[in-house]
Design a protein around this ligand. Structure first.
Ligand code: FAD
Length: 386
């Protein structure tokens, strides 16, 4: 017989919405807690940025969740950014039918998905989860969880659930590299989490750190208004120097230090006087509401987690949807959600705790043998095992 669980889902971004749909389809009861006033998570663009341009305190009052910039278009085609049974492809939700639509189109899609899937009535808006704790630790399938949350009126309540699915996103808390001599830096520093438009960089000399999707987009956009753009990237060998096609952009290796004269010095030996260092260096996993023995975030490795989803000690009643990156994200979210829903109902089985732990340890060992840093644990591509 299928088990019907009462499940709390933390977050109503793409992950929380599809997790809720799959849980409902499987016959579970679902409450989705969302701290903001709407669904959509990252895709709810905010023209406002954090007061601190480095976004150092994610718990600061008024901290902004979304890291989108005004001009952002998807970096995956819309065919790969829908959920099964409710495609983003072949129709427009906010009047933007382009293959790589702008962020408003994705947000409108997620609004429509929440309504169409029947998830919307299960979402409690302005409900921030403050703490998630096991009620009867060590009881495996029978382990229950208490969720403490604060509502719009400021009151805090605690409710018990059979299971908690964590979908709080991981593109909100900036990862900022430590730079030798940064205390000598007199210019501005900011993280791409707080970048919105290029205008503030008019006539500036800007060092953009990082060459991921945001780094490339932002460097290109800023180059239209800035005096100079200097891109600093780890894997830049063979492409150092002036970038063809741009009259004002250069590629450098990693930042080595800030010199005594305040210039930015790069590992290849060149240095520049700049106005701003703009870090496009990614994000930190952050679970301020979880404090579990033996469960850590270490150099951006969340663990131990079996296949990025289940912590062996607390599986299946505590689980995570949405941790992997460098994947086809929406499809990965849906597959993880189907797995979680089926495991919670008993339709799918997990290995026993010892076997899941052994699997995680083997994966860590494979990464170590391949010389891969912990912070790449949740990258789905490239595979460590091949
Ligand atoms: P989020 O969208 O971050 O949602 C998490 C939700 O949890 C938020 O609504 C938040 O308010 C809520 N929450 C957090 N903490 C709590 C709490 N304590 N209590 C209650 N609620 C809480 N993906 C793509 O597929 N294609 C792209 O082109 C693409 N471009 C991107 C560009 C940028 C600049 C960034 C930053 C990300 C991009 N992504 C892209 C990745 C994007 O993050 C995922 O597509 C997806 O939106 C992640 O969904 P999520 O639900 O895991 O997280």
């Amino acid at each position: 017989m299928r088990r019907r669980a009462e499940v709390a889902v933390v977050g109503a971004g793409a992950a929380g919405l599809v997790a809720a749909r799959e849980l409902l389809r499987e016959g579970h009861t679902v409450s989705v807690f969302e701290k903001s006033g709407r669904v959509g998570g990252t895709w709810a663009y905010s023209p406002r940025a954090d007061a601190d341009p480095l976004g150092s305190d994610p718990g600061a009052p008024g901290a902004v969740h979304s890291s989108l910039y005004a001009s952002l278009r998807t970096n995956l085609p819309r065919e790969l950014m829908g959920f099964s049974g409710f495609p983003l492809a072949g129709r427009a939700f906010a009047g933007d039918p382009r293959t790589f639509p702008g962020h408003r189109e994705v947000l409108a899609y997620l609004d429509a998905f929440a309504a169409d899937s029947g998830v919307a009535p299960h979402v409690r808006l302005r409900a921030q989860v403050l703490r998630v704790r096991p009620l009867c630790p060590g009881r495996g399938q029978g382990e229950k969880w208490a969720v403490a949350w604060r509502g719009e009126d400021g009151d805090v309540a605690e409710e018990a659930f059979d299971a908690v699915v964590v979908c709080n996103g991981h593109c909100s808390v900036p990862l900022v590299p430590k730079i030798r001599g940064i205390n000598k830096w007199r210019g501005k520093q900011m993280h791409s989490h707080n970048y919105r438009t290029p205008e503030p960089f008019q006539d500036q000399s800007v060092v953009v750190v990082g060459l991921g999707a945001s780094g490339i987009d932002i460097a290109r956009e800023i180059s239209h208004v800035a005096k100079e753009v200097h891109i600093s990237a780890r894997y830049s060998e063979g492409r150092l120097g002036k970038i063809e096609l741009y009259h004002n952009a250069w590629m450098h290796s990693e930042i080595e230090c800030i010199q005594d004269d305040g210039q930015v010095r790069f590992a290849e030996g060149s240095s520049v006087a700049a106005d701003t260092i703009l870090y496009c260096t990614g994000y930190r996993y952050h679970f301020p509401f979880l404090d579990l023995d033996g469960f850590t975030v270490d150099d951006n490795r969340v663990g131990p987690l079996y296949k990025h989803v289940f912590p062996p000690k607390h599986a299946p009643n505590l689980c995570f949807v949405g941790l992997p990156y460098k994947s086809i994200i929406f499809q990965a979210l849906e597959l993880e959600s189907k797995w979680v829903a089926a495991v919670l109902s008993g339709r799918a089985e997990l290995p026993v705790e010892e076997d899941m732990t052994a699997d995680v340890e083997e994966e860590y060992q494979r990464m170590e043998d391949a010389g891969k840093p912990k912070r790449h644990t949740h990258t789905l591509w490239p595979r460590w095992s091949t």
